[in-house]
Design a protein around this ligand. Structure first.
Ligand SMILES: Nc1ncnc2c1ncn2[C@@H]1O[C@H](COP(=O)(O)OP(=O)(O)OP(=O)(O)O)[C@@H](O)[C@H]1O
Ligand SMILES: [Mg+2]
Length: 330
């Protein structure tokens, strides 16, 4: 993967705040900037409630952004768009959801579920063509035409996720946001779905934003990984680099929570256990969001928000410990 290419999607200072009543604002996504390049898999991790789904949903315009910009293939996709621009965009970006039980309409046949987008965009000339499109999609995801007239409850979890993938592929998207697509599946099925997604990526030239709770799940599929904490991106770099050289204390603690298969190594290593509870996103700490749980926090961490900086080539971090002096770097 070359980072010299033009980004497929470019996110700048994106914020999504929810007004939760009584004058309270919940900063679910707060000033996040990153880029995703064509053909790559960008893994997005962080513990529950840190804003991963909100970020994904804001990118696909399920939520209106509070501030910031998003460019897709060089064009702004937030703010006001014409109906035809919206329609074009809805074909290019699709989403796969965590829970294949909840995200499929139980009263619709597989054909009607998969063909929803085809119908909305008028892509099939007649019933026969519509049916053929659905059969082809079923085969692409490892199901077959005998499944077409059945209902979601007749399938296993892994098969349902395949239906969700077929539905996402129906409009030939370029970019797929997969929000914890394997978390609800049995471990034995997870690898099958990941392998299918990898195969489709190669065959169809797809770009993925792959959202997951933990780093071990995204390590092997992601080219680059972004780590979120309490609405902010704290570190972003290539997958191997993140595992070999994690800079942010939060990333380090996530990595130290992954068990090592070798029991000897596992016993001898030092674990960095996080202190305290996750603060509320309605009342985040001043300065660095992570400072209340950071073993290395100093005064400056409470006083100043750490800048989001590229401290080594392609390695971004927001942490006072790793500040680069811009003036001396030039
Ligand atoms: N529609 C909404 N209205 C108000 N608050 C919301 C809404 N959606 C999400 N939130 C809040 O925003 C924060 C981020 O939630 P989000 O679902 O994006 O986290 P997540 O990282 O996807 O978590 P998980 O790993 O559990 O899926 C949480 O505090 C959540 O309660
Ligand atoms: Mg989520």
């Amino acid at each position: 993967m070359s980072t010299q290419k033009m980004p497929l999607i470019e996110v700048k200072n994106l914020k999504k705040h929810f007004n939760v009543g009584k004058g309270q604002i919940l900063k679910a996504v707060d000033d996040v900037s990153f880029e995703i390049y064509p053909g790559e898999t960008f893994g997005l991790v962080g513990e529950s409630g840190c804003g991963k789904s909100t970020l994904g949903r804001t990118l696909i315009r399920l939520y209106k952004e509070t501030a910031g910009t998003v460019n897709f293939e060089g064009h702004p996709i937030h703010g006001s768009m014409s109906k035809s621009e919206m329609k074009k965009l809805s074909r290019s970006i699709q989403m796969i959801f965590q829970d294949p039980y909840a995200s499929l309409n139980q009263r619709m046949t597989v054909t009607d579920i998969i063909a929803e987008g085809i119908d909305a965009h008028g892509l099939a000339k007649n019933r026969k063509e519509r049916e053929e499109m659905v059969y082809e999609l079923l085969e692409t995801v490892g199901l077959n035409r005998n499944h077409a007239q059945r209902f979601p409850h007749e399938f296993s979890g892994g098969q349902r996720q395949r239906i969700g993938i077929a539905r996402a592929l129906a409009l030939n998207p370029r970019f797929i946001i997969a929000d914890e697509p394997i978390s609800a599946l049995d471990v034995s099925i997870q690898a099958q779905v990941v392998n299918l997604m990898k195969k489709l990526q190669q065959e169809l030239g797809l770009t993925y934003l792959f959202i997951a709770h933990d780093l071990s799940m995204v390590k092997h599929i992601s080219d680059r990984i972004g780590v979120m904490y309490l609405g902010g991106m704290v570190e972003l770099t290539e997958s191997d680099e993140l595992f070999d050289n994690p800079l942010h204390p939060y990333t380090q603690s996530l990595l130290s929570a992954i068990p090592i298969p070798d029991p000897k190594l596992e016993r001898s290593r030092e674990r960095q256990v996080l202190q305290g509870d996750l603060p509320s996103p309605m009342n985040p700490p001043s300065g660095c969001r992570f400072r209340t749980r950071c073993p290395f926090a100093t005064e400056i961490c409470a006083a100043e928000v750490p800048e989001w900086q590229e401290v080594e080539k392609g390695h971004w971090v927001a942490c006072h410990l790793h500040k680069t002096d811009k003036a001396s770097a030039i």
